[in-house]
Design a protein around this ligand. Structure first.
Ligand SMILES: Cc1cc2nc3c(=O)[nH]c(=O)nc-3n(C[C@H](O)[C@H](O)[C@H](O)COP(=O)(O)OP(=O)(O)OC[C@H]3O[C@@H](n4cnc5c(N)ncnc54)[C@H](O)[C@@H]3O)c2cc1C
Ligand code: SF4
Length: 497
């Protein structure tokens, strides 16, 4: 076992870990020994090939398809230098203050979160794309919503020199998307923070952790030699994401009981919906995600967003198979797509546990309320597709594979609620939240409002697992804002000691 002595160890390099590393950069420049331990590789530029299956293997945990225990939903999250920010789409929204109020964490106020969010927007070059760069898939969504009189907003996105390759979810091959791999981690490294790739943390121990560095055929060599490490540190900051942070802490056998650890996992359960136009539209060229509609966020509890996925992901998102499936897929250049996100409630039974080898296992049961939201969202999306001029719509819960535009007035009958069942409609999630939620009481939270784990003054959490409930928007900016808060507290604790 190789021994290492550090001041701060940060576990994970995604939205949370990257934000902590960059906020602690000045301390590293002043001599503090700070390292980020990242399970996945740091890919070289030429290894971003844009090939769907290859990049899914290289950049995602379980190739982007980790299943919940009951097989009802797949979970997509990244693994590598930059974590899920390497594969996110880069839409950059700040959390509505009402969500922070609803979270009801004593000591956490929306003004502080918004102030820190502004810092993230600035760092990441967040702006609205010019009208000329919007593709048909995005414009059709906007026009469809407007024809229906529904609120539609443009997403601010975090790109620099975007070439419209449409490959954001496979890792941008043009270095345009401003994830932590492009912004916060390189900035932290310039200040002396060490980022150790291919380094999996096995468990957290009193003021430290145990990790293994494994050689990888991909990416740059790790900053540390292959081997097993015992790392001692004054502060340990867990940023392994909403699935892996609770799992890591659960297998660590911490000296305090944390009854809420792993509980209250939320995911914005999502559907990918498609419609067919009579002619080819620009859908794969151009940034994939420019608009969203939150008209129904407070009533039917769902959001609609533009999206454009790749052949494998699209094919697995359609209900049915055989000739009709193959025919629809063979005309991908005519497809318009919408992503539906259900806004799920935090429930203790939805949770992360660990299996016999310490691996994460996620229990998530789709509530009737979530299924209602997905049902209403399916019908609302069909209305947008038809208002945008689509010839036919595929609704996974529909009575038949395709609904024709001549049937647009019969959506309530043709898309019955009874068709929205786990296992029948392909549900996926990429906004994973909770499991180490903030709060004040040990019984229903894991950390305080500064991310410090109850009863363990040297242990912090700084990632999406802190969320007490779902974000009701795309979450990365809020994760980074919260991580920035945690870093401030870590820095203050080092100064005290
Ligand atoms: C396809 C996709 C598209 C998305 N698009 C958007 C978007 O447009 N806008 C938005 O706001 N959000 C988006 N998201 C969500 C957003 O990317 C995530 O919410 C955010 O990155 C989560 O941050 P995190 O720090 O919690 O975890 P992550 O960013 O997932 O980082 C966790 C890191 O920890 C590492 N790790 C895990 N376990 C260990 C261990 N034991 N030892 C060492 N390292 C470990 C992982 O390898 C990973 O790199 C998207 C997500 C996906 C998957
Ligand atoms: S659309 Fe822009 S950000 Fe996305 S992969 Fe292409 S160049 Fe990169």
């Amino acid at each position: 076992m190789i021994e290492k002595e550090l001041d701060v160890v940060i576990i994970g390099s995604g939205a949370g870990g990257g934000a902590v590393a960059s906020a602690l950069g000045p301390l590293a420049a002043a001599g503090a020994r700070i390292a980020v331990l990242e399970w996945g590789p740091k890919l070289r530029e030429h290894e971003f090939t844009g090939q769907e299956l290859e990049m899914a293997r290289r950049l995602y945990f379980d190739r982007g398809g980790m299943l919940t225990r009951d097989l009802g939903m797949t979970l997509a999250f990244g693994r590598g230098y930059g974590g899920s920010t390497v594969v996110y789409t880069g839409t950059s929204l700040t959390v509505p203050p009402r969500v922070i109020v609803k979270w009801n964490v004593p000591g956490l106020d929306s003004e502080d979160v918004l102030r820190r969010s502004e810092k993230v927007l600035e760092q990441n070059n967040v702006h609205l794309l010019d009208e000329a760069l919007l593709n048909d898939n995005n414009r059709l969504f906007r026009d469809g919503c407007r024809r229906l009189g529904w609120a539609v907003e443009q997403f601010p996105i975090n790109v620099k020199g975007c070439q419209g390759a449409g490959l954001c979810n496979l890792g941008c091959p043009n270095a345009a998307k401003q994830g932590t791999n492009r912004v916060q981690l390189p900035a932290a490294e310039r200040q002396g923070v060490k980022v150790v790739a291919n380094c999996r943390v096995e468990r957290v121990e009193e003021r430290g952790c145990v990790a293994t560095v494994v050689p990888s055929p991909l990416g740059e060599p790790s900053a540390w030699e292959p081997g097993e490490y015992r790392i001692r540190a004054k502060a340990v900051v867990v940023c392994a994401g909403a699935v892996n942070s609770p799992a890591l802490l659960l297998r660590s056998k911490l000296p305090v009981a944390l009854p809420a650890l792993g509980l209250y996992f939320t995911a914005h359960p999502a559907l990918i919906l498609v419609a067919q136009h009579a002619r080819a539209i620009t859908n794969h060229q151009g940034h994939p995600k420019s608009f969203y509609c939150d008209q129904f966020a407070r009533t039917d509890r769902f959001l609609l967003e533009t999206c454009m996925y790749f052949p494998f992901t699209t094919a697995k998102s359609l209900a049915g198979f055989g000739a009709e499936h193959s025919k629809l897929m063979s005309g991908m250049d005519r497809l318009q797509m919408i992503l539906v996100l259900a806004l799920d409630d935090a429930r203790p039974e939805n949770r992360v546990t660990i299996g016999s080898r310490g691996e994460p296992v996620v229990d998530y049961s789709l509530s009737e309320r979530v299924l209602d939201s997905l049902h209403e969202a399916m019908k609302a999306s069909a209305r947008i597709f038809f208002a945008a001029g689509a010839e036919r719509v595929h609704a996974p819960a529909g009575q038949r594979f395709l609904i024709e535009s001549s049937e647009r007035d019969r959506l309530d009958e043709l898309i019955p609620r009874s068709g929205v069942k786990p296992g029948k409609v392909p549900i996926a999630a990429a906004h994973l939240m909770g499991g180490c939620r903030m709060g004040s009481s040990l019984t229903d939270s894991v950390t305080d409002c500064w991310g410090q784990v109850h009863g363990l003054p040297w242990l912090y959490v700084a990632d999406a697992s802190l969320f007490p409930g779902c974000a009701e928007i795309n979450p990365y900016v809020t994760i980074m804002a919260l991580a920035d808060r945690v870093a401030e507290r870590v820095a203050a604790s080092l100064e005290k000691n």
